[in-house]
Design a protein around this ligand. Structure first.
Ligand SMILES: [Zn+2]
Length: 350
């Protein structure tokens, strides 16, 4: 009996031909930490409260605990044919340097099977002096400078200043930047636009990647069109992690009809590359995500009603490599930007 034809059997060979999946965003240091405590955090805490609610688990985690999580995640990626990945790593007062120590050891162990990059998660922000100490230390140890400007916006009303610190640090170290933005599916958020403005201000065109951008689709069509133009102008790429946001709580806010997903159906035709990530895997933030790249890709494509199969393959592969700086940044569709020799240099080093 022949295998029935599914979208998976049609698309997967093209993904393999294109070099295999790229998981452009994960938090492997907290993967596979489901227990009564973390599940209770998931059920009872808001996202902003979870930034601190996972502290106890982080404090209790030894280098060996972290190492086991990185190995389990990396092996799960290799088993699916993932050829490159980028994981954020908590380097902060609660985790200390234990997670990054384990991460570097795990990367070395699997170096002949998969390219692994690390970014520093800044769950505690970069303004608080102790958080800043760990940010500065972490920045030295990672490949990509990571950010969560909402933390400093919430605590101090200084999200914009946090981006200045992050982008300034990245520029001085010649590293790319991955920033969590617009996560709350709400038209009061303008973080992606702020990130584009700051990227241009700091001269970081094609060196910055926005993660999530869920709130973009809650804005009006006129605003979205202006934003896509800014994304192109600043060369800011996007990463979509569908399972991480599909559980966004119902609200009574009025907005254009949309799903809680990164709007790939508009971003890609507008020339903005969108990569794919699993984000958190089986932890207090996202217990439902099992790190399955195909499931992420099919959810994104179905949820956004996105039917361009060539571009779907690129979301899973080429655009991921661009977001990780492994190949030169390029607009989705056409036009190669010649100003990206640095990316070639970087991929040669890797
Ligand atoms: Zn994340």
């Amino acid at each position: 009996m022949n295998t029935p034809e599914t979208l998976r059997t049609l698309i997967m060979p093209e993904i393999v031909k294109n070099g295999g999946f790229v998981n452009a965003h994960a938090h492997a240091d907290r993967a596979f930490t489901l227990d009564a405590n973390t599940l209770s955090i998931y059920r009872t805490q808001t996202l902003e409260r979870k930034w601190d609610a996972v502290d106890q688990m982080k404090r209790n985690s030894t280098v060996d605990d972290y190492y086991r999580r990185f190995c389990q995640t990396i092996e799960l990626m290799i088993a699916q044919g993932v050829s490159a990945m980028c994981s954020f790593v908590d380097i902060d007062p609660a985790a200390g340097d234990r997670a990054i120590t384990a991460a570097l050891k795990a990367r070395e162990h699997y170096q002949d099977q998969i390219t692994v990059l690390f970014a520093n998660q800044t769950l505690k922000g970069v303004i608080d002096p102790e958080a800043r100490h760990w940010f500065d230390l972490g920045a030295q140890m990672v490949d990509v400078i990571g950010a969560l400007p909402k933390r400093d916006e919430r605590d101090f009303g200084r999200g914009s200043e946090a981006l200045d610190i992050v982008l300034g640090t990245a520029k001085s170290m010649n590293k790319m930047v991955h920033v969590h933005v617009d996560q709350f599916n709400h038209a009061r958020e303008y973080e992606t636009e702020l990130l584009c403005d700051k990227t241009i201000e700091h001269g970081m065109r094609h060196r910055v990647v926005a993660i999530h951008g869920i709130s973009i689709a809650a804005h009006s069509k006129q605003y979205r069109k202006r934003l896509y133009e800014k994304l192109r102008e600043s060369g800011v790429m996007m990463i979509a992690c569908p399972m991480a946001w599909i559980d966004t709580p119902r609200s009574e806010f009025i907005a254009p009809s949309h799903n809680s997903l990164t709007p790939v159906d508009e971003l890609l035709p507008a020339g903005v590359p969108v990569a794919l990530g699993t984000d958190n895997i089986c932890d207090a933030m996202v217990p439902f995500c099992e790190g399955d790249l195909w499931r992420e890709l099919s959810l994104l494509s179905a949820g956004c009603r996105f039917m361009d199969f060539d571009e779907i393959v690129k979301i899973a592969t080429t655009y991921g490599r661009q977001a990780l700086g492994l190949i030169p940044a390029q607009e989705s569709g056409a036009t190669k930007d010649a100003a990206n020799e640095e990316h070639y240099v970087r991929s040669a080093i890797l």
